[in-house]
Each structure stands twice: as structure tokens, then as C-alpha cells.
Ligand binder design. Structure first.
Ligand code: DAH
Length: 354
């Protein structure tokens, strides 16, 4: 007959198995060690498996009680193993993440590029610098005086009608109404520079202008120009032609076809308009060149004696020429875009093409 001690002994054995199993499980540092502990207790000849088999040797009335304890021990061991397994798996995957393979190819950052306007602007500045022109900057908020008056466009001059002006609201200030405007032309810098410096002068002024314009494929209410002027003794019209020809061929290619025509701007005499063969249609006629085959690109002329006088130069001693490149138009001609508005469209599918 089984002595009654056996039952208590079995219970002690089961508790002992539980304690040592839990200790070993929690101490296991990797999945392999954990698997070994699992085998050691739950495997076919594992300590718990054998103990459970021995329950059959107990007197029948004691078996349920010990059996229940054995089940609880088994459940606790299994649960602890599952938790530890999860913990170790997480640890291992974190470790893997931390490892850096220095031989792996890097992730290339996506680097943008200069906007087509800026690319062409830099080219224009480079070409002019090469022939001694100095770039200079000026205010976009301008006075009526520099934008018009000094350029031989007094108040009520009809030429003002060609440049629909945006005025700043000067109510509640001491400024005369209509005196502060958004500049309509970078020519406004002629007076500012000439007042401060003496000839010889070779200056370009890249910048933005603003006009109250109906926006369409070839007009914007905001547009870029590169104004330029050259003042010295004995500057002649042929110097102007030579300069324009040189610059535009440098920028647009030696085969660029140009033609000149007379025009009228109050601050030049004579005024010259430069036309370039329309690169969109190659003179066949399209909407961009208004079916003319040519694009107006660079108005220019010999600086009017009244302007020279207004800035304090002696027109009998000095002469000069001035010009303005329509930069936005130059860009559309270079890249054969048929709509100026593409230049202010932020869609990357457009910008990535340049
Ligand atoms: N400022 C003129 C405009 O925006 C363009 C212009 C014409 C500039 C003749 C000049 C010039 O320097 O000589 O309409």
C-alpha cells in the first residue's frame, strides 16, 4: 500500500518543478536556451512529464487533487514560456534593427534643381558679367518718381496707360496718394543708379515687375525682366545692336535669328524693338507669337537726353543705351513652352522636365 506521505511528496515535487522551471525560463537569454528549458520540463522525458506520469501511482482518491495541481503547474510553465519567448523575439528583432550594414547602398536623397527661370537668369547674368556689366538689385515697391518721372514719363503722359499700375494704399499716411507703387518696369533702377554713380556705367538689374494685366499665355501680372544700361562717352546705336546680338546668340545659340524695328518709349530716342524667331513654331505662326513668327524679346534704345539731364549728367558729354530682356519670355522661348503660366505652376511633373 502507498504510504500517505507520497501525496505530500508529490505536491512538493510539483512545486519544486514549477519554481526551478520558472527561474530557468526567466533566466534564459535567447530562444535556443529557452527551447532547452522547455524540453527539460515539458519534453517526453521532461521533469514535469515524468512527475505527471507518476500521479497514476497515487491512491485513486488522491489523484484528482494532485492532478489539478500538476495541471496548474503545467499551465503556469507554458504561459511563462510563451511570454518569455515573445520578449526574446522582440529583443532579437530590435537588435537586428540596430545593426548597420555599412556596405549596404545608401538611400539617395531626392535633390531638386534650380527653377528654369533661375537657370536662365544665372546664364543671362553670366553672359553680361563677361562683358563687364555689374548686376544690381532694386526695390519692388517703388516711387512714381523713379518708375515714371525720371524716365521722361511725367504725370498724364499717355505712355502711363501702357503700364497698368498697381498703387499702394497710402490712406492715413502723409504720403501723396499715387506716389508709392509696385514697380512696373526694372527701368526704374536707371535713375536710382545714375543719380549715385558717374559714367562709365555698365549695369544690369534682374527683377520682378507687376502690372494690372489680364493673364494669358503670353502675359502675366507679375513678370521678370533684366534691365540693362550702359553710359559712357561716345556710346552709339551700333554698340547697342552689337551688344544685343552678342548676348542673345550666346544665350539662345549662334544660329538665332533676330530682327530689329523702331519703337517708342519715352526714355529712349530712338527706341528699338528686338524680335527673335519664334522657337515654338519656327516662323510658321502660332498662338505664342500671335501668328507673326517672331517674338518680341528685348526692347531697347539710346537713353533720352531728358533722362540724362534728370540724373545730373551732361547729355553733350555722355550718351548711353538701355534695354530690357523679357526674362519669362526668354525662358519660354528657350524651352519651347507655349504658355507663360507654366512658369508659375508648382506641379513637379512640369518642373522636373527642366
Ligand atoms: N521698361 C520697358 C517696359 O517694361 C522696356 C524697356 C524699353 C526698357 C526700352 C528699356 C528700353 O531699357 O530702353 O515696357
Amino acid at each position: 500500500m502507498t504510504p500517505p506521505r507520497w501525496t505530500e511528496l508529490m505536491e512538493e515535487v510539483l512545486i519544486g518543478i514549477k519554481n526551478s522551471a520558472l527561474t530557468l525560463i526567466l533566466e534564459s537569454e535567447d530562444l535556443k536556451a529557452l527551447e532547452e528549458v522547455k524540453l527539460q520540463f515539458l519534453g517526453r522525458s521532461g521533469r514535469l512529464t515524468i512527475a505527471i506520469k507518476n500521479i497514476a501511482k497515487l491512491p485513486i482518491q488522491k489523484r484528482p487533487e494532485v492532478g489539478q495541481l500538476a495541471n496548474e503547474v503545467k499551465k503556469t510553465i507554458e504561459e511563462t514560456i510563451t511570454e518569455q519567448e515573445l520578449k526574446l523575439k522582440n529583443l532579437e528583432s530590435n537588435k537586428r534593427k540596430e545593426q548597420i550594414d555599412i556596405t549596404a547602398p545608401g538611400i539617395k536623397p531626392r535633390i531638386g534643381h534650380l527653377h528654369p527661370m533661375t537657370q536662365v537668369l544665372y546664364d543671362v547674368v553670366d553672359v553680361f558679367k563677361g562683358i563687364g556689366f555689374q548686376p544690381c538689385d532694386g526695390p519692388e515697391i517703388e516711387t512714381d518718381y523713379y518708375n515714371f518721372e525720371v524716365l521722361n514719363i511725367p504725370k498724364n503722359h499717355p505712355a502711363r496707360d501702357t503700364q497698368q499700375t498697381l498703387y499702394l494704399d497710402t490712406r492715413n499716411t502723409k504720403i501723396t496718394p499715387g506716389e508709392i507703387i509696385l514697380r512696373t518696369q526694372t527701368s526704374a533702377m536707371q535713375g536710382r543708379v545714375m543719380e549715385k554713380a558717374n559714367p562709365p556705367l555698365r549695369v544690369i538689374v534682374p527683377g520682378k515687375n507687376f502690372r494690372y494685366e489680364q493673364v494669358d499665355a503670353s502675359h502675366g501680372f507679375e513678370f521678370w525682366q533684366v534691365e540693362g544700361f550702359f553710359v559712357d562717352t561716345h556710346v552709339r546705336l551700333t554698340d547697342l545692336f552689337g551688344t544685343i546680338d552678342y548676348v542673345l546668340k550666346k544665350l539662345m545659340g549662334e544660329k538665332t535669328k533676330l530682327k530689329f524695328a523702331t519703337t517708342n518709349f519715352p526714355f529712349v530716342e530712338p527706341g528699338v524693338d528686338t524680335y527673335m524667331e519664334c522657337s515654338v513654331c519656327k516662323r510658321k505662326g502660332c498662338s505664342f507669337c500671335k501668328q507673326s513668327g517672331w517674338s518680341e524679346i528685348m526692347p531697347a534704345g539710346m537713353i533720352h537726353p531728358n533722362v540724362l539731364k534728370a540724373v545730373g549728367y551732361d547729355p553733350n558729354k555722355f550718351s548711353g543705351f538701355a534695354f530690357a530682356i523679357g526674362l519669362s519670355r526668354l525662358v519660354t522661348l528657350r524651352y519651347q513652352m507655349d504658355d507663360l503660366r507654366l512658369l508659375t505652376n508648382p506641379d513637379l511633373r512640369i518642373l522636373e522636365q527642366f
